[in-house]
Design a protein around this ligand. Structure first.
Ligand code: SF4
Ligand code: SF4
Length: 143
């Protein structure tokens, strides 16, 4: 099975229901609410019905991992990162290093929330806004 990349494929169809974020928090991190989601949907201030959707690009050479001073973020097979929680010193350098502001932060644990590209958010989106694709193509752009 090839490497899968989470991508935003139908941005205009997002209705801001946040089902994706709730699904990620619940299914991946066993947490109610949306605070532990690895991706983020936000409404644009003053723009009704317009949403910013940030997902991890699964970079082959992730800036977040390069910036981490302790080696807590390890490049995963196929790209993206995994976190070694024991090495993390909660400095937040990784979050600041992500050029597309996709790496999310766990305010409770004070650690990053790397996406594992499992597709739970895709499954729970009612409007096919998100997809897991085989070819990552051009890395995600900020939105
Ligand atoms: S918060 Fe943790 S994972 Fe992020 S750069 Fe600092 S030590 Fe590394
Ligand atoms: S589940 Fe789909 S429609 Fe709902 S906020 Fe997420 S991307 Fe938008």
């Amino acid at each position: 099975m090839g490497v899968k990349y989470l991508r935003v494929v139908n941005r205009d169809r997002c209705i801001g229901c946040f089902s994706c974020m709730y699904a990620c928090s619940r299914m991946v991190r066993n947490s109610m609410g949306s605070g532990k989601a690895s991706m983020r949907v936000r409404s644009y201030a003053g723009l009704e019905g317009a949403f910013s959707i940030r997902v991890c690009a699964r970079c082959a050479h992730p800036d977040c991992a390069s910036a981490c001073p302790t080696g807590a973020l390890i490049t995963a097979p196929g790209g993206g990162v995994r976190l070694d929680k024991d090495l993390c010193i909660s400095c937040k350098t990784c979050v600041k290093a992500c050029a597309i502001s996709a790496l999310q932060w766990d305010e409770e644990e004070k650690q990053p929330l790397p996406c594992i590209h499992c597709g739970q958010c895709v499954r729970y989106c009612p409007n096919d806004v998100l997809a897991l694709v085989e070819d990552g193509g051009t890395e995600a752009t900020p939105s």
